[in-house]
Design a protein around this ligand. Structure first.
Ligand code: ADP
Length: 254
């Protein structure tokens, strides 16, 4: 439920100084967890998401197996210390709903048919939250899946658009989310503009929806480039490291 109305736009700027079409700062780090097959730490402003991917691996209990494809399981969780009010530990209706929507957002890009009878587990922990956590989590999970070597058609990128003080704006923070009029998280395959998740809390007019979708599309393209750049940087780093190892080994054998 939305709380009392406060002024969210002053002199054409939002309370955190951003313009209407401005993303919060993004930071990406890949393979931060040793035990996971792939992992990613993703910051979106004050949101801090940590994604870990395990699999493909054997599925237990076996009756959950799918003869034809891998089964993707997505777990979204907000740490008890991630919000200003302590969040009650453990799953709740919200996290179950977000986990399901996020799995559906990633499902179309995962080549699940390559690994029948297995499971791919995606865990995302929110260490700090400031609205837009599901979008930060999907961005992190998408990179972690790629880092785990899971065959994918493409990456999925995600961001929310919303309405505050009657203006359509990109990437709401918690104050804007709490006191604004609408919030619409979107996930898409940026290269083809294919929407894989679209949710809406509040109301947009048809025109506002169209403006919002254009903003989300543009931002997803920006996020996609950052995700891609982070993976390429990480991959080239490993290739260079391997080249060094090979060169050294070769010399040693001569
Ligand atoms: P999203 O984080 O994807 O925008 P919501 O719109 O449901 O999802 O939540 C907005 C913000 O409200 C969260 O980022 C978090 O900061 C806060 N929040 C949500 N659920 C809780 C909770 N159970 N306890 C404390 N804070 C919460």
């Amino acid at each position: 439920m939305k709380k009392e109305k406060i002024e969210l736009i002053k002199d054409g700027k939002r309370l955190d100084g951003r313009g209407f079409e401005e993303l919060r700062e993004i930071k990406i780090e890949i393979d931060v967890l040793k035990r996971a097959d792939g992992s990613c730490y993703f910051e979106l402003g004050n949101n801090k998401a940590l994604a870990a991917v395990y699999g493909p691996r054997e599925i237990h209990p076996r009756h959950l197996q799918n003869e034809k494809t891998a089964v993707v399981v997505y777990n979204y969780n907000m740490a008890p210390f991630s919000a200003t009010d302590r969040k009650r530990p453990g799953p709740d209706r919200r996290s179950v709903e977000i986990s399901k929507a996020s799995r559906c957002a990633l499902d179309p890009v995962i080549l699940k048919e390559y690994y029948p009878k297995t499971t791919i587990n995606v865990y995302v922990e929110l260490l700090q939250s400031d609205a837009g956590t599901r979008t930060a989590a999907i961005n992190a999970a998408s990179i972690a899946l790629a880092a785990a070597g899971i065959p994918m058609r493409d990456l999925v990128s995600s961001i929310a658009v919303g309405k505050i003080d009657g203006e359509v704006v990109l990437d709401l923070n918690a104050v804007e989310d709490n006191h604004g009029e609408a919030d619409m998280p979107v996930a898409m395959i940026a290269r083809t503009n294919t929407i894989t998740m679209l949710q809406m809390d509040g109301r947009f007019t048809k025109d506002e929806f169209e403006v919002g979708m254009k903003l989300a599309e543009k931002a997803c393209h920006e996020i996609y480039e950052l995700q891609r750049a982070a993976l390429i940087a990480k991959y080239s780093e490993s290739v260079n490291a391997n080249v060094n190892v090979n060169v050294n080994t070769g010399r040693g054998e001569e």
